[in-house]
Design a protein around this ligand. Structure first.
Ligand code: FES
Length: 165
């Protein structure tokens, strides 16, 4: 067991997470169809799927990295990059799209200087486009964390973002 501590908080959280991930990998090493549950549990530990850990999954489960990346990018639940503190999800379902959801995405991209599926450099925001959120009556809709914003126009975006900065 490594005793290297985190440079910021002094905890050995980094190693604890890796140890947990290794236990999971070991548990599913000889289980057929074990890849998805392994990825789920690793995602739960880290909040995303770190490439270094995926390399260990690949060698232990004997699954090529290309296949792992294929699975990880197919399911929207999985993320290959760390997400920001606030995840902004703009609905691009039909009702929202026809009411200008793309303009909201453009405005957020411009305000935060990121494109869809990217995270700001300070780690505060991740921008995502999503399918129908089931609130079409409020179109166009976006969600930040758990909070739903409806009937949006691009000029409302800066003030909303300010709440989270
Ligand atoms: S299409 Fe956006 S909430 Fe349904």
């Amino acid at each position: 067991m490594s005793q290297q501590n985190c440079c910021c908080c002094g905890n050995n959280q980094v190693d604890e997470r890796l140890e947990k991930a290794r236990e999971i990998i070991k548990k599913y090493k000889d289980v057929k169809g074990g890849l998805i549950p392994v990825l789920h549990q690793i995602q739960n530990i880290y909040g995303y799927l770190p490439e270094d850990v995926l390399k260990e999954v690949s060698s232990e489960l004997n699954i090529p990295m290309s296949e792992i990346f294929g699975v990880a990018s197919f399911y929207s639940y999985f993320s290959l990059e760390p997400k920001g503190e606030h995840v902004i999800r703009v609905c691009l379902g039909t009702a929202c799209y026809v009411k200008g959801a793309q303009l909201l995405i453009d405005k957020i991209s411009q305000e935060l200087n990121i494109s869809v599926n990217k995270t700001t450099e300070d780690g505060k925001f991740t921008l995502e486009a999503t399918r129908c959120l089931g609130a079409c009556g409020l179109a166009p809709v976006m969600v930040i964390g758990e909070k739903v914003y409806g009937r949006l126009t691009p000029d409302m975006i800066p003030d909303i973002l300010k709440e989270y900065k």
